[in-house]
Ligand binder design. Sequence first.
Ligand code: G16
Length: 549
Amino acid sequence: MALPVDSIRALSDLHPKPSNLKFQYGTAGFRTVAHVLDSVLFRVGVLAALRSKKLDGKTIGVMVTASHNPEQDNGVKLVDPRGEMLEASWEIHATALSNAQTTDEFIGELEKLVQTSKIDLSKPARVVYARDTRPSGAALVSSLEDGIKAIGAEGRNAGVTTTPVLHYLVRAINTKGTKESYGEDSEEGYFLKLSTAFKKLVSTRQTPSALVIDCANGVGAPIAERLIEYLGNSLPLVLENASITTPGALNNSCGADYVKTTQKLPPSLAGRLQPGQRGCSLDGDADRLMYFYLDERNQFHMLDGDKIAALVSAFIVELVKTSGLDSQIKVGVVQTAYANGASTKYLSERLPVKCVPTGVKHLHHAAEHYNIGIYFEANGHGTVLFSQPTQDVLQSYEPSTPAQSTALEHLRNLNQLINQTVGDALSDMLLVEVVLAHKAYSGAEWDSLYVDLPNRLVKVVVADRNQVKTEDAERRLVSPVGLQEKINDLVRRYDGGRSFVRPSGTEDVVRVYAEASNKAQSDELAFRVAGLVYDECGGNPASRPKEFL
Ligand code: G16
């Protein structure tokens, strides 16, 4: 069987590639200003279908979102059959297809891919897709649908939903009717799975006080709204920043990325969050989570992905031990270089910790090496993975005391509560609430597990971010040559100083992270390193922050 070239040609001509642009499938798929993405979406539709054929008709997911990016951006990422990110070797195919200049070149690239990857075109192709609330989403989805149609694949539109729900659906569809069934393949199935497990886990605990959720004016709002119906009164939730139709509101001075990068309360929550009350922020597609609270002096305190990792790890390690399974189940944590030094110290004293490059796919794969692998990026993106053998052990294990039996039951329910396909802000939020309820912790008590080293994250716009190359899980620069030595010289002058530089995978910038033993020093170090990057990498004068001067 051959490619349906005529139909691909006819529809591809309706989605020409902008001639002057080069696309790249990066950390989180394709991501850039929305108005240039039409051809990319069409081609992703065709590619997703080929990926499905390659995997014997398994359903492939496509999510149209630009997550924490501003509203004018959009993007698209592919989801492999178990709900995980697209296999790395196919990222190259995605980039190649997106950059074919003409329809003929595109068809040539497709034929090459079919040959080199030995794709049996007679296999069925199935794609499930969804989008977030961005105004550009509907048109991009229709370009994607043209791609799916052009190659004759079967498409299922999952509508407007969160990235984690789409990942859930992909896994649920592909495991339906098997021993590894992940749940009903519908949004209802997702809500039921999470809420049922949550209610069981907190059934013996007091109902917590209300939690405020900053929905980033994104798709987390309608999905959290529906989750409330399923949770009933087991967890009182107050939704803020839920204006999904207000132009320009998405991720604007709110959301998880705003909280993490500014280390401030979103201004819209001033007066809405009471001292002592817990609050959390989702990002634009609800796969990141940031917690916070105000102390009695109205001071803001952030509880980021590192704090979530610390809270959750301690709880899981304790449950494994109490259940009597500690000789069979090894728990480990995965972080990136962004993890606060104090969190790494706290965690390493308790369990194995590994550092990998930024990006969920790296953390996810590393976490799969543990029986229970906990991974969180400092930006609030993360989850917990229970390996299949571990899930089998949890099912078959026979506890010998009531305490063991309770701990085992909690572990089984956590396995249901946690969306293990990808970081999921709402599932992670329920997980945090479970631990807080069990520990009877306030935000302040949770925060006191360890004290963060002051830190600062800065962006630098440079001529070409791809000139910046790193090694050792992004902790050391190899290019531009000589820059790392200059950074080392600076870092040495700061007490407790640490800094690293890496190119962003989602924005056209270079990121600089620095920490030191006090706030003024971490800020100064970050800006001085940013100044070095600016000078050595051809910084864009328009973007030169005044702090560098
Ligand atoms: C994406 C990835 C995250 C990663 C982030 C880094 O996040 O999914 O794992 O931490 O990009 O972005 P950058 O490379 O720009 O620093 P998201 O939430 O935007 O999909």
